[in-house]
Design a binder for this molecule. Structure first.
Ligand code: NAP
Length: 487
């Protein structure tokens, strides 16, 4: 039963987007209307046209206002114009509305033949959507060395792990796999591992499992049926959710949801497919399945099931499918496919296992600047990043001389994470980007700003430095990783 009275229409922002967006949006709206979905669409624009008008987010203010007031959006694909220098409108929307959870269901679809058909694949990838390398903080450190900052917050891990658990419980699932690269990235990926374990254990109905993310990729291909809910940081989730989509028919049939505290946006995973735009060749399945997720989000469970089953029956029977999923030569137009789905409304697929969906009980997160309290904070050293073409031994020796008589001693020098001073490995390929690790001889007073300024002045007399990082300990634990070979 739908949890809202059927007479109560829910306003939803509809962003058709670029390329095939207009066709798949119209197709989806036609099926929903035929299914009796109590949705009132508010059309809004975003994407290439907005970029052409010079709107740097790719989304005009009226569209942002509509999303803000509706709280729910269904979105077609948005082009990221190459060469305008703008950031992706999709990424901007996720950030603007803090839609921190990206939900990617991975479910075998009847009638869509893949090498994995018959395995009963049915899991969901929950991807953190706003942090990680996708903060997009990048700098050229030297003319030939670039850097991206991977930012992971404890609260960000907590939110995404809680969402993964809430989703598992809402869908009657039992296991949450936290997939990370914590073996290598101990501070960033390690944070999701630690927090994820803590969060999943709070839910007695759920089993926790940790998996190294590269093995997770392997396991998804070898034994995908073992997964229930997988939670990952942004970039890992981006890659593995696409891999997972490939197991069940590819991006053309993959739906997704972006969830935040106040706004939820549902979209197909595929792009604007400009080559087939306007030719009635586009398959609207992915956006339709995204709309099914949207209907569940607004509590219209019965309508969601009706649309989903009509789609499953259509795929199962294999009549009137679009060219991308039909048998060779049998493809029909987008509109013939839509007609067939509409004709199948009210029928139920026997081949797809039923799942009892309940509302996802998302925990609200307090507003305001989040901060982790610590009882003890120690500043123990400083990493200074230096551009130099000197031989590592000569560079180390000159840095030792530079800090003589200061509050620091030079502990090591590395290039791209490999130690080159005081000990170097003969095979290390050295580039002009060095990290010099200086440790305080005696702990500084307060923030150590004067001491660090003196250090930079001393280093800067002979070398070009580009970046400084404090080495801190919080409640006795190192807030930095050791270098390869560092004692
Ligand atoms: P794409 O648009 O997904 O298209 C790749 C190919 O996949 C298409 O040429 C088409 O293959 C097939 N395809 C995708 N969706 C289909 C559908 N619904 N029905 C039938 N066939 C479909 O990927 P892209 O070419 O890399 O990206 C094009 C633009 O979309 C770029 O500007 C990109 O930035 C943007 N994009 C947006 C989003 C988003 O808004 N979330 C996501 C990804 C990409 P055939 O040519 O073989 O028919």
């Amino acid at each position: 039963m739908d949890s809202l009275p059927v007479s109560q229409k829910v306003k939803v922002t509809a962003i058709a987007g670029d390329g095939i967006g207009a066709e798949v949006m119209r197709a989806t709206q036609q099926v929903l209307a035929a299914a009796g979905a109590q949705v009132e669409w508010e059309d809004a624009m975003a994407g290439a046209e907005a970029f052409r008008k010079g709107i740097v987010t790719g989304t005009p203010q009226e569209t942002l206002d509509s999303i803000e007031s509706c709280g729910v959006a269904l979105k077609g694909p948005l082009e990221t114009p190459v060469g305008f220098g703008e950031k992706s409108a999709n990424v901007s929307l996720r950030k603007i509305f803090e839609m921190y959870g990206n939900i990617r269901p991975v479910r075998e679809l009847p009638g869509i033949r893949t090498p994995f058909s018959g395995r009963g694949i049915d899991f969901t990838v929950v991807r953190e959507n706003v942090e990680d390398l996708y903060a997009g903080i990048e700098h050229m450190q030297t003319p030939g060395v670039s850097q991206a900052v991977k930012l992971i917050s404890e609260v960000g891990c907590e939110r995404i792990a809680e969402l993964a658990c809430a989703l598992a419980l809402a869908e009657g699932r039992g296991k949450v796999t936290v997939a990370t690269k914590a073996n290598i990235l101990k501070q960033t990926e390690g944070m999701l591992k630690t927090v994820g374990e803590r969060v999943v254990k709070r839910h007695p109905a759920l089993t926790h499992e940790h998996m190294i993310v590269d093995n997770c990729a392997h396991q998804m291909v070898i034994r995908p049926e073992q997964f229930d809910v997988c939670v990952m940081t942004n970039m890992n989730g981006d890659i593995l959710s696409d891999l997972a989509a490939g197991l069940v028919g590819g991006l053309g049939v993959a739906p997704s949801a972006n969830l935040g505290d106040t706004v939820a946006m549902f979209e197909a995973v595929h792009g604007s497919a400009p080559q087939i735009a306007g030719k009635a060749l586009a398959n609207p399945t992915a956006l339709l399945l995204s709309a099914v997720m949207m209907l569940r989000h607004i509590g219209h469970f019965a309508t969601a099931a009706k649309v989903e089953h009509a789609l499953y029956v259509t795929l199962e029977e294999g009549r009137d499918l679009t060219g991308d999923i039909a048998a060779p030569g049998d493809g029909v137009s987008t509109w013939a496919y839509v007609e067939r789905v509409i004709a199948n409304l009210g029928r139920t697929s026997a081949r797809v296992p039923a799942r009892e969906y309940r509302p996802i009980a998302m925990r609200p997160w307090p507003r305001g600047t989040w901060s982790r309290a610590v009882a003890k904070r120690e500043l123990v050293g400083v990493d200074v990043f230096i551009e130099s073409t000197a031989e590592p031994q000569a560079l180390g020796d000159s840095l030792v001389a530079a800090v003589a008589g200061s509050r620091f001693s030079l502990k090591l020098v590395s290039s791209r994470g490999a130690q080159v001073w005081p000990v170097a490995q003969p095979h290390t390929f050295v580039v002009d980007h060095f990290r010099a690790r200086f440790m305080f001889i005696a702990p500084p007073a307060a923030e150590g700003s004067a001491e660090i300024a003196d250090l930079i002045a001393r280093v800067g007399r002979e070398h070009r430095w580009m970046h400084v990082e404090k080495l801190q300990r919080f409640d006795g634990a190192d807030g930095f990783t050791k270098d390869q070979g560092e004692g």
